[in-house]
Write a protein of this length. Structure first.
Length: 191
């Protein structure tokens, strides 16, 4: 009788365990569009090495500032779903070398780290979420990165600020925040 109970318990445990389903990271957009969320025990994995061309250090200039981006691949689990994504840390300096922004040493949990979201349907653009200092006053939005040449040494960096309502309490005089990145975008070269 004892053996039957143990065997029954083991079978119930095995039946109730679900195996992890591995899905290519480029399918994240399909889940996003469907609006039903991502099923539990799913791993959105970079099976086709789509992130490889972005990983590394990138540098560009705009408006008298030098932008250096440090792009890495990051894997994390949230609410029973595992994700591979890109993370971007950045260093922004003025023309005389003064550091204006630097997120290199911030922990992965920092809201100032640019975090990956999804590939566009044609896989040529990767979208990431950005929230900078004073995000509540408009310094937040979506970053779009795209490799621009076959040598994979040139990348465009587009930035679309979120359209938000600001309040006088949070943003005195209803003044929007200075943006960390230019809306016109920038061109970057792999270092």
């Amino acid at each position: 009788m004892k053996n039957i109970f143990i065997l029954g318990f083991i079978m119930l445990s095995v039946i109730s365990c679900k195996a992890q389903t591995i899905v290519p990271v480029e399918k994240a957009i399909d889940y996003r569009r469907a609006g039903n969320g991502i099923p539990d025990n799913t791993y959105l994995k970079d099976l086709n090495n789509l992130f490889g061309k972005y990983i590394g250090t990138w540098k560009g200039n705009y408006g008298g500032k030098t932008y250096t981006l440090f792009i890495t691949k990051y894997t994390y689990t949230y609410d029973k779903v595992t994700f591979d994504e890109l993370r971007i840390r950045y260093l922004i300096t003025s023309s005389n070398g003064t550091i204006l922004e630097n997120t290199q040493s911030l922990p992965d949990s920092s809201p100032y780290i640019i975090t990956g979201s999804y590939f566009g349907k044609d896989l040529s653009v990767y979208a990431l979420d950005f929230a900078g200092k004073n995000a509540i006053c408009g310094n937040a939005g979506t970053v779009f990165i795209r490799i621009k040449n076959t040598a994979k040494t040139s990348m465009s960096f587009g930035y679309e600020p979120d359209k938000i309502m600001i309040s006088n309490d949070d943003c005195p005089g209803f003044k929007t925040a200075e943006l960390t990145f230019p809306k016109d975008g920038l061109m970057l070269t792999k270092q």
